[in-house]
Write a protein that binds this ligand. Structure first.
Ligand SMILES: [Fe+2]
Length: 96
């Protein structure tokens, strides 16, 4: 899924590819955040790991914005398409 998105947006241009990264990372950030809220006191260890993963993804997102990712104009539409696709992928992976 990520590969298809990455490849498709790579063909659209570098800005779109960077936005793809940023959009996916933003969805993943929200997903990790939800998970840390759901974890109890007895799962501190796992929680710490997820918080670290989350920070890694936030760093990737910053890199994408530093490299030209933008949500201006039509890119904003692309952002929504990517986010919706990513959320569907996460939902599917949670059910399987
Ligand atoms: Fe990442």
């Amino acid at each position: 899924m990520g590969v298809t998105l990455g490849f498709g947006t790579a063909m659209l241009g570098e800005k779109a590819a960077m936005l793809c990264t940023a959009s996916v990372e933003e969805v993943i950030d929200g997903h990790y955040k939800d998970q840390t809220y759901k974890l109890g006191k007895d799962e501190e260890e796992l929680k710490k790991k997820i918080m670290k993963f989350r920070q890694d993804e936030l760093d990737h997102k910053d890199i994408a914005y530093d490299n030209g990712a933008t949500k201006k104009g039509l890119y904003g539409v692309l952002d929504k398409i990517i986010k919706t696709s990513s959320r569907i992928a996460i939902t599917i992976s949670e059910k399987v």
